[in-house]
Design a protein. Sequence first.
Length: 191
Amino acid sequence: MNRNQVLPQVQLSSKPSALKRVDFCVPQSYKGSGFWGISELPRLAKEASTVVAGDGFNWALETHFEDSPGSEPHQAMDWGFQGWLHLICQRCLQDCAVDLTEKRRFILVATEEEADAYPPEDEEQEPLVVSQHFNLLETIEDEVLLSLPLIPKHPEGFCESYASVFGEGADEGGSDERENPFNVLKNMKKN
């Protein structure tokens, strides 16, 4: 590729079906953005506790070629998303909306060997093996799934207290002494 050559930029469709086969092997750059509802991302929909109209993600993607000293320019992909979905709060076990925002940069490579040779200490960008029939939708869905919190929970102070959820402390006038559950076993031993 000639370093002074101006490459065409292709506008990506925001339809999920159009992103299932993107040819990253041709010397052109891509740009796209849009909104995907949770229902358009089936693996993510399985993780959601409920799907409310309007739940989903705004996304934007752009690729460009960067010069690399001593070799051909390599293609970089900047993309990000911002959105929300509903998960079960692990503190109160109620539904909670979780906001997710992510920005990433990938260096597009043609083979696994190139990806393995990429310096692992570069935390700003990581290699992504692409092809002529690259499923961009699946890759983005993978990244959204990876950004889900391990333990989803409401912000501090938004959950009901533990006692009210599980019914403890509800009877103020009750006795403070509880019956020992092993008394039944003790009585069995006597017989």
